[in-house]
Design a protein around this ligand. Structure first.
Ligand SMILES: [Zn+2]
Ligand SMILES: [Zn+2]
Ligand SMILES: [Zn+2]
Length: 376
């Protein structure tokens, strides 16, 4: 690529153009620098051809008090400043209602009657976007190259910060980018936030996947047992007329109260594989998934296409963080940041000068910034 004779007339402004574009996105999306994992690595299913992704499961607390592979949080959107904020409260589901604990400027506004601040629980997922990306040096709004301020596993102090820009997007923006000599890499770690409608579409896929074994065989579930005492609750073969697929779905679709041990939980599926003795049904994390979107915003539809059962691509293995990061990516936006953008006086300012300083400081020190741990 670097020997391309047309290289002389390449667009030398491409990097700057792209940075401007990212900076413009920034002022639309939140006003924080776009450099950084939260703003620069946001996955949105494309509306044209599907994107190929690999979901990476985490282990996070849920609002219900359990654990899940996704991260649940609350997002506010305000028409006043056309911005979203991550809520600063911590939530628990109590009597089927979300109860928030802690201070949040957006919530304070809502509690005091603001009609222009929305409230939306979201699910955050981590994924590897399986495609080619250009490494393009990042710059601030004045065009000054951004560099790392400290050493990490991935970079040294002074190394240039690189944006990973999807090749197909960059080329569509400017065909000359092909000749610009940017390094091309495969895969990008991204996060994906979705509302419950998209989550429904994604989880619907699990029913398909459960019919396939990791060995390639076909999976059946002839038996469902109590999670507490292991006794047989649904033995499909014992009464095929009673246990129609519909009836099985009904009983297994929610918690089942066991008359023997009083356990009230989902039944355990007992798998049978056509090809092996160690049935292991595919899960969302075992496949590369084709995803796309139809429509925009809250009215958009998530379309899950084909899945490809295979080991994770060797080229992207190193991109997977060694520990959970989404709770740090989606940490609540500070009171100061929210109040400044909402153009209100920070209602918690006094309290903060007293307490926040020590606590906030401690929190910050306990865990390194997410960006320092990621391969950018
Ligand atoms: Zn809030
Ligand atoms: Zn039981
Ligand atoms: Zn099998």
């Amino acid at each position: 690529m670097s020997e391309d004779p047309g290289r002389a007339d390449l667009d030398r402004n491409f990097g700057r153009r792209m940075n401007k574009k990212l900076a413009d996105n920034k002022s639309r999306s939140g006003g924080k620098p776009m450099i950084g994992f939260r703003f620069n690595a946001h996955f949105k299913p494309p509306t044209g051809e599907s994107a190929l992704i690999r979901l990476i499961p985490g282990n996070y607390p849920t609002f219900e008090g359990g654990r899940a592979p996704y991260f649940e949080y609350v997002e506010h959107y305000s028409d006043r400043c056309k911005r979203t904020f991550i809520c600063n409260r911590h939530y628990k589901l109590v009597d089927d209602k979300l109860k928030g604990v802690g201070n949040c400027v957006s919530c304070y506004e809502r509690d005091n009657g603001a009609k222009d601040v929305s409230f939306r629980p979201l699910y955050g997922l981590l994924l590897i976007h399986l495609d080619f990306f250009y490494l393009i040096p990042a710059a601030d709004k004045d065009g000054k190259a951004l560099i790392y301020q400290q050493d990490s596993k991935w970079h040294k102090t002074g190394d240039p910060i690189m944006n990973r820009v999807l090749c197909s997007d960059a080329e569509e923006d400017d065909p000359k980018v092909r000749r610009a000599g940017y390094e091309k890499v495969f895969g990008k770690l991204e996060h994906w936030s979705m509302g419950s409608q998209h989550m429904v579409a994604l989880t619907a896929k699990t029913a398909d996947l459960e019919k396939e074994c990791t060995c390639g065989g076909k999976i059946d579930i002839p038996l469902w047992t109590c999670a507490g005492c292991d006794h047989d609750v649904i033995d499909v073969q014992s009464d095929p007329e009673l246990w129609t697929p519909k009836k099985v779905r009904e009983v297994t679709g929610g918690p089942h109260e066991c008359k023997k041990c009083d356990t009230n939980d989902f039944l355990n599926p007992n798998y049978d594989c056509s090809d092996c003795n160690d049935p292991d049904p595919l899960r969302l994390w075992d496949v590369d998934l084709e995803v796309r979107r139809e429509g925009e915003g809250t009215k958009s539809m998530l379309i899950i296409g084909r899945h490809h059962a295979q080991k994770i691509d060797e080229r992207v293995k190193d991109l997977i963080p060694t520990r959970d990061i989404l709770h740090r990516v989606f940490v609540g936006d500070s009171h100061q940041y929210q109040s400044k953008n909402l153009r209100v006086k920070n209602p918690f300012a006094e309290e903060e000068t007293r307490r926040h300083v020590q606590e906030y400081d401690r929190e910050q020190r306990e865990e390194p910034a997410v960006d320092d741990e990621l391969p950018y």
